[in-house]
Write a protein that binds this ligand. Structure first.
Ligand code: HEM
Length: 470
């Protein structure tokens, strides 16, 4: 039987200030770590109002009101200028950022790229990436490594294998560092945003981004050029790039132009990279703190990993751990919208141009919606209990028309990679550990995740899991 202490393990998170912060404190904490802004009342109240200098903000954590904003009356709540500003550098023409008719055309055209059948066909690429990492770590012996950095590399590797199955023809480490640098600069919400200064006014550090964007665009344009030549010869691999170049809106017959193709590749790379890497990093950390759940994931992996058919559906325990990690540390910690017209959220009147913030980080730890909200307990996501979780209380991927198009891809990837790594390695947190959540664009670990690895041997002395590449 697990220990009572283990059942009640509360992983690291800022303790909410007991009362509301003053605007100046909010600005300081927003720059340092937005997670520190949420005072205790937000975790108890359904809707809270905050007066900002030029607008009202409503912090909405009532499932019915969330349903109204993100689903029933979604047209009245487009993405707000802060979210747009954060997304605007380079991704402006991709699915994440466009609005109105342009978004509708793109969403319809891109839907087949992430349909369940297509995503299932990517499990081989996900296993390949996992096996490559097993091989790399196996060579290290009993080493201490930064797991967060390797999760960033492996999720980028999965995306490059599934988007450009014939490779990026460049240095993956360099590409990954450029992505991280990009997020560090773009992901900060500062005083200029809160004061309503338009996105066209340059923010500190943004000048440096131009070089990074030019670097990304150069690589992508070269790869697309080569793929178009192969398309003309009808000699193409079946990957996301081929699907993207062929994508057609069924309603209008429109194809994406080159700017949209480039922006969407960058969008997939950026939206699907750090988010999934953080999910995996938090999952591995949480398992390192819970011998009971680690053993359950390992036992399941030993049983199920021998074949790749329908694999993600059979890894039920690994998936529950991933979903619990997404609850405690949702990579997109807050969603924001702007009200076009006035509206009623329950009994609360919302004026036009109000900022609406729905924070999965707060919602997932809300005292009225979850039992023992700060406790790590993946059993909440085992099949029977999972079915009882109300739909609008758990939103790691958002909900409604703008819900994450890559959610099945991400869940499948994180589940498979987690199972393979836990099967093959004992992973222990290096002491003294300093694990702390911080929100940039994504919610990540402030100082990486240093862990000691030890390869597991099966009884015959072989590694626990021979390569699973089908
Ligand atoms: C654990 C991993 C992931 C998380 C937590 C996540 C989370 C989210 C969330 C919360 C949204 C909605 C934002 C909003 O409503 O304002 C979103 C949208 C989106 N995500 Fe993900 N995402 C993940 C992985 C991925 C992957 C792997 C891809 C693609 C390869 C992807 C592509 C997108 C795109 C294109 C959108 C915009 C959809 C639209 O507006 O129509 N995401 N994601």
């Amino acid at each position: 039987m697990p220990h009572r202490d283990e059942l009640d393990y509360c992983p690291p998170a800022p303790v909410p200030p007991p009362s509301r912060l003053r605007l100046l404190d909010i600005i300081i904490r927003l720059r340092r770590n937005p997670l520190e802004c949420w005072s205790e009342d937000f975790f108890r109240d359904p809707i809270s109002k905050l007066r900002l200098p030029f607008m009202d903000a409503f912090l909405v954590h009532d499932p019915q009101a969330i349903k109204r904003v993100l689903l029933d009356n979604a047209k009245n709540y487009p993405k707000d200028p802060i979210q747009r500003r954060i997304l605007s550098s380079g991704l402006a023409d991709g699915l994440l950022s466009v609005d109105g008719e342009r978004w509708e055309v793109q969403r319809r055209a891109l839907a087949p790229l992430f349909a369940l059948r297509t995503v299932n066909s990517f499990s081989a690429a996900m296993l390949t990436a996992a096996d490559e990492l097993v091989a790399k770590w196996s060579k290290l012996g009993a080493a201490t490594i930064d797991v967060a950095a390797d999760m960033t590399l492996i999720t980028l590797r999965v995306l490059t294998l599934t988007i450009f199955s014939d490779g990026i023809g460049g240095d993956l480490d360099e590409f990954s560092s450029a992505m991280t640098a990009y997020f560090n600069v773009v992901g900060r919400i500062g005083a200029l945003d809160l004061l309503g200064v338009p996105p066209s006014v340059p923010r500190p550090g943004h000048r440096r981004l131009r070089r990074t964007m030019a670097y990304f665009e150069g690589i992508i344009d070269r790869i697309v050029g080569m793929r178009r030549e192969r398309l003309a010869r009808a000699d193409v691999p079946s990957d996301l790039l081929t699907l993207l170049l062929k994508a057609l809106d069924p309603a209008t017959g429109l194809r994406l132009d080159m700017t949209e193709v480039r922006s969407n590749i960058l969008t997939f790379l950026s939206a699907g990279h750090e988010t999934t890497a953080n999910t995996l990093t938090w999952s591995l950390f949480l398992l390192s703190q819970s011998p009971e759940w680690c053993a359950r994931v390992r036992e399941e992996a030993e049983r199920e990993l021998s074949s790749s058919d329908g694999l993600a559906d059979r890894l039920i325990v690994a998936r529950a751990v991933v979903e619990e990690a997404l609850r405690l540390y949702p990579p997109i910690a807050a969603l924001s919208r702007s009200a076009v017209e006035g509206d009623l959220l329950g009994e609360v009147a919302v004026g036009p141009r109000s900022l609406i913030v729905i924070a999965p980080y707060v919602l997932h730890r809300h005292r009225t919606l979850w039992e023992r909200p700060n406790v790590f307990d993946p059993s909440r996501f085992l099949p029977d209990a999972r079915a009882a979780i109300p739909r609008f209380s758990y939103l790691p991927f958002g909900i409604g028309p703008r819900t994450c198009i890559g959610s099945s891809f991400a869940l499948q990837e994180a589940t498979i990679i987690l199972a393979v790594l836990i099967l093959n390695f004992d992973m222990r947190l290096s002491e003294p550990a300093d694990v702390w959540p911080v929100q940039r664009i994504t919610l990540r670990m402030a100082k990486g995740l240093p862990m000691q690895l030890r390869i597991r041997k099966s009884t015959d002395g072989a590694t626990a899991c021979p390569p699973t590449v089908p």
